[in-house]
Design a binder for this molecule. Structure first.
Ligand SMILES: C[S@@+](CC[C@H](N)C(=O)[O-])C[C@H]1O[C@@H](n2cnc3c(N)ncnc32)[C@H](O)[C@@H]1O
Length: 227
């Protein structure tokens, strides 16, 4: 697979990973702050938090800094991204156990909260439903779950329009136009993007309740839901 298709296995691409999300995802730092607040609303001070797609460690670091009593299990199939998570966490790494793999490789918990940020758009529909069911099964009853990823209208003309806004945001954030064009092409060809309505339906089918949209930034949406 090329770096474009599997950037999470390529050491050079991973070394630059942390530059990407703030330039591609509108309000990326705010997304972490909102996620922290939503989890904290319904978790104890010593919460044990499952972070699915934890590679890179950016949300692990944000959550760990905001809540010194929280501990984490991070799960991700990409070894290079997990190595980067360790480096990103630095001295906070002692509060996170990192597992290489998928949701089935995560401990059973039960956890007090869970997140899955910028990850589910890599997972095809049936597997996404199963993944979410397995996340919910690992949570205590009523525990909060935050998911955020690409999710936007897919109707005729709408998909191209939103992808052009995604690309324009990247260019306005300082990404070189040719790199933006290849990123947009990769997103268009390889991500499993659903509509916001489909994303909400899958969360409910997986057994989550009170599904609420809390974040929308061009092509990205985020929800909080409860086990
Ligand atoms: C764009 S990165 C997001 C990483 C991190 N959550 C963040 O927001 O910076 C997507 C991550 O999802 C991981 N990933 C892909 N498919 C996955 C799956 N089925 N389960 C868990 N993680 C997955 C990739 O290896 C990669 O590290």
């Amino acid at each position: 697979m090329s770096e474009l298709l599997d950037p999470f296995s390529n050491a050079q691409a991973v070394a630059r990973y942390a530059e990407g999300p703030p330039r591609l995802v509108p309000g990326f730092a705010g997304l972490h702050r909102m996620t922290t607040i939503l989890l904290a609303e319904r978790t104890p001070r010593d919460a044990h938090v499952l972070v699915l797609g934890a590679g890179g460690g950016l949300e692990l670091k944000a959550l760990a800094e905001a809540h010194p009593g929280w501990t984490f299990v991070g799960v991700d199939p990409a070894a290079e991204m997990l190595k980067l998570a360790e480096r990103t966490l630095g001295s906070l790494a002692s509060r996170a156990r990192l597992h290489q793999g998928y949701i089935d490789d995560a401990p059973e918990g039960p956890f007090d909260a869970a997140t899955c940020l910028l990850t589910l758009h890599f997972v095809a529909l049936a597997e996404r439903r199963r993944t979410l069911t397995e996340v919910r099964r690992r949570l205590k009853p009523g525990a909060p779950f935050v998911a955020a990823h690409s999710s936007f209208p897919q109707g005729e003309g709408e998909r191209a329009l939103w992808l052009s806004r995604y690309a324009a945001f990247a260019v306005a954030s300082g990404v070189e136009p040719d790199k933006t064009e290849s990123a947009r092409a990769a997103v268009e060809a390889h991500l499993n993007i659903l509509t916001p309505e489909q994303d909400e339906a899958i969360l409910r089918e997986a057994g989550f309740s009170d599904v609420s949209l809390f974040y929308a930034g061009f092509t990205f949406r985020g929800w909080v839901a409860y086990a």
